[in-house]
Design a protein around this ligand. Structure first.
Ligand SMILES: *[C@@H]1O[C@H](CO)[C@@H](O)[C@H](O)[C@H]1NC(C)=O
Length: 181
């Protein structure tokens, strides 16, 4: 055997033996436990946020929902986020979560939040975006149109409301994923 090959074998064999056993379903490189912890942190942050606009509950600006089209940052029944589908193939659900995270990151960085920046929320979203590993199918929602000053409090409120529901579902998904592994 050529010395180089022998050397490679000696060096690589221990590494090969250390490889983790094959996992039954394609676990993309997502760290589910870390995602679970972060999504719970996001939930807590959102829960403790004092909003001065409680009176705006349920108020929506017309057209707000429609503009998002297929990139809507909601998790729907068709997104394969139910436990049994998650156990077989988590790709579609993680994609939807990734899209949602990107959407909220874009909105939190837009002029809607210019007067009320949310550095903590953005930091947690950034961390989550770094952790969710999934083959990406590009579906970046268009950035929100410039928001009139008068509409900003309303848009901030409805964004946070929707981020809350999104986070609740995301947190359940990650909790399930972490416990199944
Ligand atoms: C999981 O679903 C994705 C998206 O539908 C698909 O591309 C991939 O091949 C599936 N993986 C398996 C192992 O079925």
């Amino acid at each position: 055997m050529a010395p180089l090959r022998r050397l490679l074998l000696v060096l690589c064999l221990p590494a090969m033996l250390l490889l983790p056993p094959a996992v039954p379903f394609p676990a993309p490189g997502t760290d589910w436990a870390a995602c679970r912890d972060l999504s719970q942190r996001l939930s807590r942050l959102l829960g403790t946020m004092k909003e001065s606009h409680g009176v705006l509950d349920g108020v929506r600006l017309g057209g707000e929902e429609d503009s998002e089209g297929d990139c809507a940052p909601r998790i729907r029944c068709s997104d394969a986020c139910d436990p049994s589908t998650l156990d077989t193939n988590s790709t579609n659900c993680l994609r939807r979560i990734l899209q949602g995270l990107q959407h909220y990151q874009t909105v939190l960085s837009s002029d809607i939040f210019a007067t009320h920046p949310q550095p903590e929320l953005k930091a947690v979203l950034d961390e989550l975006l770094g952790l969710v590993q999934v083959p990406f199918r590009s579906c970046r929602p268009p950035p929100p149109p410039p928001a009139d000053l008068w509409a900003r409090p309303l848009l901030q409120h409805s964004t946070l409301e929707r981020l809350r529901s999104f986070t609740a579902v995301m947190s359940r998904v990650f909790t399930h994923g972490a416990s199944a592994r």
